[in-house]
Design a binder for this molecule. Structure first.
Ligand code: PLP
Length: 373
C-alpha cells in the first residue's frame, strides 16, 4: 500500500527534459546549470549531472548541497553575503555572484585570496520588467535584486569575470529577446571585458510549445555579437517541469453548501505556489467545477481556512481512501515545504525507468519537533 502524501518524480520524464537541455547546450554552445531553488531532489543528481554542468546556489546551504551531491560547477549568488559564511562559500564555489558593487568591494578581494581560481561576477538588473507575476518579478519597481545602471560602479570592471542577470519567470524566447535588448542597451559596452554572461533562469525551455530552436539562435547570435563569449543559462523549473506529481488520500467528505473533500496534504504546506502565485494545479481525471457529474472543493488537513486547492469535478463520487493526484508538483514544492500545523511532510520518491518505485525519504514527528527548539 502506497503511503500518502507522497511526491513521485519520474526518472524518465526528468531525463526527457535533460535531453532537451542537452540539445540546447550542444547546438548553442551555452552551458546550463540547475537552479537548486526550484528543484533540489539530490537523489536524482547522478542523472542530472550527466547532462548539466553543475548547479546555481543561492547561499551557503545550496552551495554545500551542490558540492556534496553533484560536485560539478558551483555558482553561488546571494542578495547579500554574510561575513561569517563568506570563507566557506569561497572555498566550495567556482563562481561567486555579487548583488551590488558594495558587496563586491566588501568581499571580492577576500574571496579571491581564499580561492584564487574563483570567478567573480556581478548581478545586473536590466530593468526590463516582463515577468507576468509581481511576486516573481526580479525587475519590478524598487527591486533589490541586481545592480541597475544607475548604481553600477565602473571601477570594478577590471576585476570582474562576468555578469549575471535573471529577469524571467516561466517565459518564452521573445521575453528573453526583450531582456537581452534592454541588457545590451544598458550594459553592452562592458560586455567585451567579460568572459561570460549568465542569462539567469525563467526560460520555460521544456514546456510544450517553447521555441527551442529560436532560443539556440538567440544564443548563437549573442555569442557572435560578443566575440564568442561564454553564455550560461540556469533554469530551475524547466529542469523538473512536469516530471511528477503529489499523491494524496481523501480523509473525509463534508457538505456545507458544497461538497468538500479533506485530503492528507496541504496547499499551504506542500503546494505553496498554488496559494502564493496563485495557480490551479491539475488533478488527474478531474475537470473544472461543474464539468463532470460530481464537484468537490479539495481542502488541506490544516486549520488554515484558506488551505484550499480549488474546486474540481469527477466522473464518480469521491469516497474515503480515494487517491487524488496533483500533476506537476516536483518543482518549487518540497524545496519550500513547511511543517505548518504539524502536518506530516510528504514522502519523496522516484519512479525508476525500470518501473520500480524508490522511496528516498519518509518524514515524521522528529522533522516537525527538530525545527521548533
Ligand atoms: C529562481 C532563480 C533561477 C531559476 O528560475 P526558474 O524560474 O526556476 O528557471 C535562476 N537564477 C536565479 C538568480 C534565480 O533567482
Amino acid at each position: 500500500m502506497l503511503q500518502t502524501p507522497i511526491y513521485i518524480c519520474e526518472e524518465q520524464l526528468l531525463e526527457n527534459n535533460l535531453k532537451i537541455l542537452e540539445h540546447v547546450q550542444k547546438k548553442s554552445g551555452a552551458k546550463i546549470i540547475l537552479a537548486l531553488k526550484g528543484f533540489a531532489m539530490w537523489s536524482t543528481f547522478d542523472l542530472v549531472g550527466r547532462y548539466l554542468q553543475g548547479c546555481t546556489a543561492s547561499g551557503l546551504h545550496e552551495a554545500l548541497l551542490a558540492r556534496e551531491k553533484m560536485d560539478k560547477e558551483v555558482h553561488t549568488y546571494s542578495p547579500a553575503f554574510k561575513e561569517e559564511e563568506i570563507e566557506q562559500i569561497a572555498k566550495i564555489s567556482d563562481h561567486i555572484v555579487f548583488n551590488s558593487p558594495a558587496q563586491f568591494h566588501r568581499f571580492a578581494l577576500h574571496v579571491k585570496q581564499i580561492n584564487p581560481k574563483i570567478s567573480l561576477s556581478l548581478r545586473l538588473n536590466p530593468e526590463c520588467s516582463c515577468s507576468p507575476v509581481e511576486l516573481y518579478n526580479p525587475c519590478g519597481l524598487y527591486s533589490r535584486l541586481g545592480t541597475t545602471l544607475a548604481n553600477f560602479d565602473e571601477s570594478i570592471i577590471g576585476e570582474l569575470d562576468g555578469f549575471n542577470f535573471h529577469a524571467l519567470c516561466e517565459q518564452g524566447v521573445d521575453a528573453l529577446e526583450n531582456v537581452l535588448e534592454a541588457f545590451e542597451e544598458k550594459f553592452g559596452r562592458y560586455i567585451k571585458d567579460m568572459k561570460y554572461i549568465n542569462f539567469g533562469g525563467g526560460h520555460h525551455i521544456t514546456k510544450k510549445g517553447y521555441d527551442v530552436e529560436q532560443l539556440i539562435e538567440v544564443i548563437q547570435e549573442f555569442k557572435k555579437r560578443h566575440n564568442n563569449i561564454e553564455v550560461y543559462l540556469e533554469p530551475g523549473e524547466a529542469v523538473a517541469w512536469e516530471c511528477g506529481y503529489l499523491i494524496a488520500s481523501v480523509l473525509d467528505i463534508i457538505d456545507n453548501g458544497i461538497k468538500i473533500a479533506i485530503l492528507d496534504t496541504s496547499a499551504e504546506a506542500h503546494m505553496p505556489d498554488t496559494l502564493a502565485m496563485p495557480y490551479r494545479a491539475e488533478v488527474r481525471g478531474a475537470a473544472e467545477a461543474g464539468q463532470k457529474a460530481f464537484t468537490y472543493r479539495l481542502g488541506g488537513n490544516t486549520c488554515l481556512a484558506g488551505d484550499i486547492m480549488g474546486d474540481y469535478s469527477f466522473e464518480k463520487p469521491l469516497k474515503i481512501g480515494d487517491k487524488i493526484i496533483f500533476e506537476d508538483q516536483i518543482h518549487y514544492t518540497f524545496v519550500k515545504n513547511s511543517t505548518f500545523n504539524g502536518i506530516k511532510l510528504p514522502s519523496l520518491a522516484i519512479l525508476k525507468k525500470d518501473g520500480s518505485l524508490h522511496v528516498s525519504h519518509e518524514f515524521g514527528y522528529e522533522d516537525y519537533k527538530n525545527r521548533l527548539s
